[in-house]
Design a protein around this ligand. Sequence first.
Ligand code: ZN
Length: 873
Amino acid sequence: MRISSNMTQKQLCPKINLNPFLLSFLLIVSVGALQACKTTTGAIGDTEGEWDTLAVEEDDFWLEEDARSYQPAATRSMDLLHMDLELGFDWKSQQVIGKAKLRLTPYFYPQKTIVLDAQDYELGRVARMHQGQLETLSYRYDEQQLQIFLPEEVVPGDTVELQINYTAFPDRNSGEGSAAITDTKGLYFIDPMDTIPGKPTMLWTQGETQHSSKWFPTIDQPNERLTHDIWLTVPDSMVSVSNGRLLKQESLGNGLRKDHWKMDLPHAPYLVAIAVGDFAKVTASHGNLPLGYYVEKGFEKGAEKVFASTPQMIHYFEKRLGVPFPWQKYDQIVVRDFVSGAMENTTASIFMEELLLNEREALDSEWDYIIAHELFHQWFGDLVTAESWSNLTLNEAFANYSEYLWNEKRYGQDQADIKLVVEKEGYFAEAEAEPKELIRFNYADAEDLFDAHSYNKGGLVLHMLRRELGDAAFFKGLNLYLTQHAFQAVEAHDLRLAMERVSGQDLNWFFNQWFFAKGHPELAIEVDYTQPENLLVRFSQVQDQFEAPVFQLPITLSWYEGKVRKTKTVRVTEAEQEVALENGNPISLLYVNEGQELLMKGNQVLSNAQYLQQFKESQLGVARYEALDSLISREAREELIEVLPLAIKDSFAAVRENGLSVLQSDREWKEALPGLEAEVYRLVEEDPHNKVRAGALEVLTEWNPSAYQGAMMRLARDPSYLVAGAALMGLARLEEPKVDASWMETFEGETNFRIGVALAEYYISNQVADKGPWFEKTLAALRGEGLYYFMGYYGTYFTEVGMEGSAAAVANLFTILEFDSKDYLRLGAFQALLGFVTDEGVLAKLEAAAAKESSEELQSYYAYYLEMLKEEN
Ligand SMILES: [Zn+2]
């Protein structure tokens, strides 16, 4: 699974100025987290005097707590071999009418009862096939599990053929999940009666973690594996997608059709999936492997571009792993209102609607990473599967690391490394609040494991394992691991043993410190330059030794002799260690972990002058980025004056982008760096990266907007929406624009939000009346984050300009606030509605809506603002 919240922050924040409301929301959330973390440190601080006794008591408490929450892998009493599943759907009442035939056998010990997961059903007949006859069985059912009593004991080798008729109610008892995934319906009907304008009717499923049993009875555990045949009765107008192959489609005559999907390779129940809707299918292939991209009609050309890398990715992953794509086909389906970023159902990955782009939007698509993530899961997660959620990182570390692998292959080392730094920051943020073991057997809710440890740290650890062993051994080890454990459940030791078998090295130390212990190394590093031809480097591991071990670390030291990069790798194994470099030629600046590949904190403390040198001499894009970033955060003006002109010409696009964002932040740079404007303009016209072009354009619209009006008018029609949006926004913000409302109106047919917010900005700041209908139409056409950003403008327009339409606007915002499935969109509607609180009845209605809010974070945010408003009035 790929969680979407990362995307929310990463994708949009760099290009769009964050809405201040969103910022304050994020602040509230992070202050909450900080407070939680403060309470812990406070408690330890308070008890300093009586540390020993208290520590012991706390230990006892935690041991007890650990024992209570220990989560073993599920005991395998019965083995589910095969399922025949016939499903029909009552769209109106959102019910699933099912008939499941399950073939099971005892796993090892004789059994007389069979326990199945079956959440919130109304059961019909429960029976077994016995000597050619259907025989009713007695059972006990508690709405969660179905305990079936067999008339006689069965032993391994015997098979039991169960038949269960049932109706499933996915809506019942849903929404009681954890903070990570609030919905646990398993199967989702979207706009089932087609009552929401612009929203297509569809249904799709989300099995992970244990939600498949919301729509079919099964042993809902990751260490179970089954094959299946699924027959779906669907409206003739709709398309169905599921695991494996579509064998047959049969018209039933009454506007319905029955589709037969066959999955003849075993996989875990949480990977069983269906999607039904009015989808268009774009086909592609990789050799003999059929590929399908399912999107809403009208988005086919966009899908061709968004998913264009899929065949090359499969080719690359197959080559690196030496294991062909393991399944019959690979479909990727984009749905509405998905509960996460994407999910790796075997042969049928489902993605959130942010991947629904038109052809022009797809020019700037940046979704390769999520496509790589779900694809790599087809090997890691689907072919070999973590045996329990405690071992989740065996799925997610690999999927996370595939994003590095693909970046490295497609965009080069620098781009891959910078992604690693982002992953690392995500992990640090979480680990500082609460360090956890990567493999953890104690948790309250399985959904809580979908965090920056299982994902980010897992990926970083694999990268270090690769560097430790070398590419040849690492990938051969992966090959052995995959082939030895194909169609099996695995634990971390299976990975260790495969790597040991291939490399001949003992790796217990590596797995112990990274997979089974908490924390990460924090190093104080001192370089003694007194003898420039033989530097002394002192390493002190200063991490909390109660929490984390002393780490064994291969640390790369590097330096430059002219244009030649020299390196030496040293092994730090002690808490305090000193290394003599014996470099020979004098060194003026020694880099520790220059490539940022190690997961550790506390690089050297460098002076501004040293960062300047690093920026100028480092051959690693990630190190130049770091140097620039450090100078920016230190506001090292003198050095930046030297660095910025180099930064915007840097070979690494991320460095150019970062340099431009500094230039844009303050008009003073224009005065301080005369002559740079021409270079910035060259980037607008010539840079191969649209993000850089847009960034450069934003600098010019800040520095000297009226001089570039002509260019902006031309660039407003650039194929890239990033560039066109920046150009239009530049024009919209001009105090005396050459363009008038009728020129702006020529863009009204566009539904891209970058164009939408620029037009909105123009209509608001120029008080253009009669634009209410356009605002309404655009609000209805936008989805996801684009809608979020537009809603702020929408509210402002109807409070400041088009007041006559405000009643309808308020009603539309309330619809989003009360019914949208996405937290951040409900938040956006709430924020926009705050502008209308002086209108009659709005405040009372806001309070009523806030009372019904399901998200705890939003509840506290709403309460905070409503309280403030009440005090004001
Ligand atoms: Zn994943």
